[in-house]
Design a protein around this ligand. Structure first.
Ligand code: ZN
Ligand code: ZN
Length: 309
């Protein structure tokens, strides 16, 4: 009798596990923000269930996590994070969720840039907010760095789901090929510009990796005081720099307050030349609905503005 019961139990266990293998549960992945969410979708395909904490057109730096985010982390197998103090909210959120998910830092292996002033400024609701950090976190703004992110994602998915590893590696290799083509496109677009027209102005200092990779220079206001007299002096300094370096265009950003930029554009006598996507994708109907579209849009907007007389 006992033996008979045991056999039934063993038999149903086998049936259950073979059913589970055939209908593999997707890997539960949490990505902290929209850009690495796109990389995760490219590498994971339909083997993952993806949850992106900070969505399109939203600023990760100032994000306030919701209770749903702690629940998503608690159920996650893998958490993908940029690192370099970009996601200020994440350490506390991980602790609060009690998750035992593997946490992959996607900038591991990237040659990082130091922040000259120990951080950079954001402009939110007319205020300059200092984002402290030893290293510039915006590493994704160089396509070769994006390839490192993708390799790190494939490695994290393989570690959590060995069975899916060949699929993750194939997806990563296909996507890396698309990134190589994108990198070549951006290089040739910038190479076609006159040597003395390679400087633009942006709201926050998020494009230093783009600058280093592609040779376009970016100026940005550094902590312009909101107190009106000091602000006038700070803006005068930036206007001088714009003239000295013959900056030819000023860009708004999808995540930044445009008021300060509009003021600088007026005083420098330059038009606002469009919107760049720095720290977040656009929504699905926007011009930066995925990473490749974002980089194409930014490079296209910059080179069009600099090529114009
Ligand atoms: Zn920042
Ligand atoms: Zn930023």
């Amino acid at each position: 009798m006992k033996d008979w019961l045991f056999r039934i139990a063993a038999c149903s266990a086998i049936t259950f596990s073979s059913f589970a293998a055939a209908q593999a549960e997707p890997l539960d992945v949490v990505a902290t923000f929209s850009i690495i969410g796109d990389f995760a979708a490219e590498v994971g395909g339909d083997r993952i269930r993806l949850n992106v904490l900070v969505g399109p057109d939203s600023d990760t730096h100032v994000y306030e996590p919701r209770p749903a985010d702690a629940i998503a982390l608690a159920g996650a197998d893998v958490v993908l994070t940029n690192g370099l103090e970009f996601e200020g909210f994440l350490t506390r959120l991980i602790a609060a969720s009690g998750t035992d998910a593997a946490v992959a830092t996607l900038t591991d292996g990237v040659e990082t840039m130091e922040e000259p002033g120990g951080g950079h400024y954001h402009y939110i609701d007319g205020e300059a907010i200092f984002h402290a950090g030893a290293h510039d976190p915006h590493a994704w703004q160089s396509v070769p760095n994006a390839k490192v992110y993708v390799q790190n994602i494939a490695a994290a998915f393989c570690a959590a789901d060995a069975e899916g590893c060949p699929a993750y590696e194939a997806n990563a290799a296909r996507y890396a090929g698309e990134l190589d083509a994108l990198d070549t496109q951006i290089r040739s677009a910038v190479a076609a510009l006159p040597e003395d027209r390679r400087t633009v102005v942006v709201a926050h200092n998020a494009f230093r990796y783009f600058e280093a990779a592609y040779g376009v220079d970016f100026l940005s206001p550094q902590g312009i005081s909101t107190e009106s007299e000091a602000a006038a002096a700070d803006i005068a300094g930036l206007i001088r720099e714009i003239r000295d370096r013959k900056a030819a265009a000023i860009f708004a950003e999808n995540i930044s307050d445009t008021r300060l930029l509009e003021q600088i554009a007026r005083e420098a006598g330059l038009p606002l030349a469009g919107t760049l996507y720095s720290d977040a994708l656009s929504g699905p109907d926007g011009p930066a609905s995925d990473y490749i579209a974002m980089m194409r849009h930014n490079a296209g907007a910059i080179t069009a503005a600099l090529a114009a007389d």
